[in-house]
Design a protein around this ligand. Structure first.
Ligand code: NCD
Length: 378
């Protein structure tokens, strides 16, 4: 059952965030801003200023994402949404985000129904798609394939995940979620303790996230991965060299204290070599985030995140469903944040970010108070 004070706290937090009061988000200029890189391929291309700007624009998009306002700043623009790997939320949220800016979307899913099945190169596909679309999102199973595709076009290309490489839009929405949750909880990113756990070797979301976090004030990052699935050394070195305190633990059956964020990921079995698949006996419960772990090591103000999908097969031992309904479980607030953040990415790359505020109109259709079950209230 919801408590009045919890409801009040949540509403206040939402209002605060709408008014861009968070630590990362002051105001957005009404003048065009010098563009960041024309593509979003890796977090490497983002400066701290670029990220702060994207967080501010994301906060501006909240009334649209929450279906209180509409805008048509991308009216007439067409997005090519090309997914050559499985996806639900990334594909649909990029589609919804572009549509909510007034643009329309063409998409293709899987190799079977694209000309790549006939041997077409990334170069040719890129040249062809750029003739049809004003922006392109590409997900591809090979690391580096999205960058190769982007080299053949001047149309903005967004990396929707390239094999075990990167997933920059996910990291941006993860950072936005952390900031929004911290604003609600009265916490700050500086000095925060963040646990990243699960498949840190092949999980592209954590590769992008750790780089993004490293742009901020020093924090404490604890890494926990099963043997053979550890975070790549060069990423640990990068964040350590930027002044963060990085610590590695063998399993979740250790003593943890002061955790602010528990970010867990799915084992990416589809990326295992044949040899690894044979030797991997399944994920032990020692790597599962569940209610017992949260109650033992975390207080009421620790949030649990996961890029999703969580593998619900019992032997997967992924993030446990026994946390469903627990207000600390931020995973569905996290997925909701995919819309404003992806809208901000499009608006910034297509240079209409400065037009948003003056283009807002009220939504004319019926919108329920909350879209789904609200874990902070119900
Ligand atoms: C992730 C991905 O595809 O990298 N999902 C997502 O985009 N939200 C994580 C995963 O597949 O485990």
């Amino acid at each position: 059952m919801a408590t009045g004070s919890r409801r009040h706290r949540h509403d206040t937090a939402r209002l605060k965030h709408d008014a861009a009061q968070s630590t990362l988000a002051p105001t957005v200029s009404s003048q065009p801003r010098p563009a960041m890189s024309s593509h979003l391929l890796s977090v490497d291309s983002l400066s701290r200023d670029d990220v702060d700007h994207l967080m501010r624009v994301s906060a501006l998009m909240e009334p649209i994402a929450q279906r209180r306002k509409v805008t048509r700043v991308l009216e007439g623009a067409v997005l090519g949404n090309l997914f050559f790997e499985a996806s639900t939320r990334t594909r649909v949220s990029f589609h919804a985000a572009f549509s909510r800016l007034g643009g329309s979307v063409c998409d293709t899913t899987g190799f079977t129904f694209s000309s790549m099945a006939k041997g077409e190169s990334l170069y040719d596909t890129s040249r062809v798609m750029s003739g049809y679309c004003d922006a392109i999102v590409l997900r591809h199973p090979e690391q580096g394939a999205v960058a190769e595709f982007a080299r053949a076009t001047k149309v903005p290309v967004i990396n929707g995940g390239d094999g075990p490489g990167e997933h920059p839009s996910q990291a941006l929405l993860d950072l936005y979620t952390i900031d929004k949750e911290f604003t609600r909880l009265g916490k700050s990113l500086a000095g925060a303790h963040i646990l990243l756990t699960g498949d840190l070797k092949y999980g592209r979301t954590v590769h992008s996230l750790i780089k993004l976090l490293s742009l901020y004030e020093p924090m404490r990052i604890t890494l926990v991965a099963p043997p053979g699935l550890e975070m790549p050394r060069h990423l640990i070195d990068l964040v350590s060299n930027r002044g963060h305190w990085v610590e590695t633990r063998e399993s979740l059956a250790c003593d943890f204290s002061d955790l602010d964020v528990v970010y867990t990921t799915r084992i990416q079995k589809e990326r295992f070599t044949a040899e690894m698949s044979e030797s991997f006996g399944g994920l032990s419960r020692d790597f599962t985030v569940d209610r017992a772990f949260m109650d033992r090591y975390c207080g009421p103000d620790t949030i649990v995140m996961h890029p999703l999908p969580r593998d619900s097969r019992p032997e997967a031992n992924d993030l446990d469903v026994d946390l469903n309904g627990d207000p600390r479980l931020a995973i569905f607030r996290q997925t909701d944040n995919g819309i404003p953040v992806r809208m901000a990415i499009f608006a910034t790359l297509l240079k209409v970010d400065h037009l948003i505020e003056r283009d807002l109109r009220d939504v004319p259709w019926f919108v329920p108070d909350t879209i789904g079950v609200d874990d902070l209230r119900d």
